[in-house]
Ligand binder design. Sequence first.
Ligand code: BG6
Length: 466
Amino acid sequence: MANTHSDALVFFGATGDLAYKKIFPALQAMVKRGTLTVPVIGVAKAGWGLDQLKARAKDSLEKHGGLDDAAWEKLSSLLRYVDGDYADPATFAELHKQLGDAKAPAHYLAIPPSMFETVVKQLAACNSAKGARMIVEKPFGHDLASAKELNRILLSEFPESSIFRIDHYLAKTPVYNMVAFRFSNTFLEPLWNRTYIESVQITMAENFGIEGRGAFYDQTGAIRDVVQNHMFQVLCNLAMEAPSDHDSESIRNEKVKVLKSIETIRPENVLRGQFKGYLQEPGVKAGSDVETFGVMRLDIKSWRWSGVPFYLRAGKELPVTCMEIMARLRRPPDTNFNPDTGPQNYVRFRISPEMTVAMAVSAASLTDPSKRQAVEMVASRHPKPEEIEAYERVLTDAMAGDPTLFARQDYVEEAWRIVDAILTPTKPVAVYEPGTWGPEDARLTPPGGWDNPVANEAEDFRVVPG
Ligand code: BG6
């Protein structure tokens, strides 16, 4: 099973927003790359037929990334459609018929988690679960208890090795590159621990709001939407030990070890904010206290990281759209030669929109050699059109049976355990002006202050005098 390639892709939620924005473009890219040659069966309850699904797919491609005539023609010939209620066995009888001789389909649930149980049971009842894979979208649960319940439902019909929980951040090249960079270079790893690192901060900033997703977002908030999943994945890549091998379990074991070393975050180590204007967004409840901004401090109680504070910050309507990590190193000793220790060394990883690795060092000032100035050495590149996009990668890997880039059961439960105590707020959100860096709270400011990322990183390898 592990190496069997899925021989059909069934995607539930075919008429939805995610399909429109991400899935059809990913499918076209897979066809173009030659990784998708099997039937693709969309399922939804919309009263549609195959022609309408094809029209929607074509429109999606035109709006999101562009239509490639040859690839579209092939994709169009692979598309099938089943319309019906997920609770109706007739829908699944039709699906079973459409699956024909497929022995190892991949079922992709791009639907709200509240529907998982119905679909899983129906798939089993129509004999379409055996030998199949299950790909599930985030959000994976709402808290620890609901994540455990979703796991129970999925595991009742599918083994863990057949379940692929998507977190598209894992499939971003710069996120994976953090691991490659850390463990393929000699110079960084000796510094990458509590002896040399003073603090670490991770910022996920977005300069837009909730973009019409009020009903979803108001049930979710920043901590559930991006911190517990995307930011924790980045944190694990930064903090994990070197895996013993490159297989999926060696890598995933190390990530789980990081999460297990983090204590459940206490409410006093969290700051929640809401951008001014959020309450006027369609779908948002009157007087909602949901956060669109969150800062938290956490500690990894491991031999490597004990005593190094990690600060995570995420928000909507901030000045830029960017994800960046800043690890500040401890200052050099104060000596007679070097009384002014000058600017602090740091390592900066930028995940998006560009991929950057930068290091700040201290050098002699050009005007006064007894003084120091900061110099940043930067290696940066902008994404290239031919690069594999995150959704293409996750679907390709799931259909090929490679679980490396997916969250395992123990991982998702540990991630929820860490935030579980802060999901029920003890303090109201602090309101912030759109276009600012959110509300401030000195208790939750990293030593040396926040590094507020800039909007655009130049594309080159360079040395920038600070
Ligand atoms: C999604 C969140 O999972 O990730 C969104 O629901 C967020 O709120 C998005 O904007 C960010 O992903 P990306 O790939 O655009 O950085």
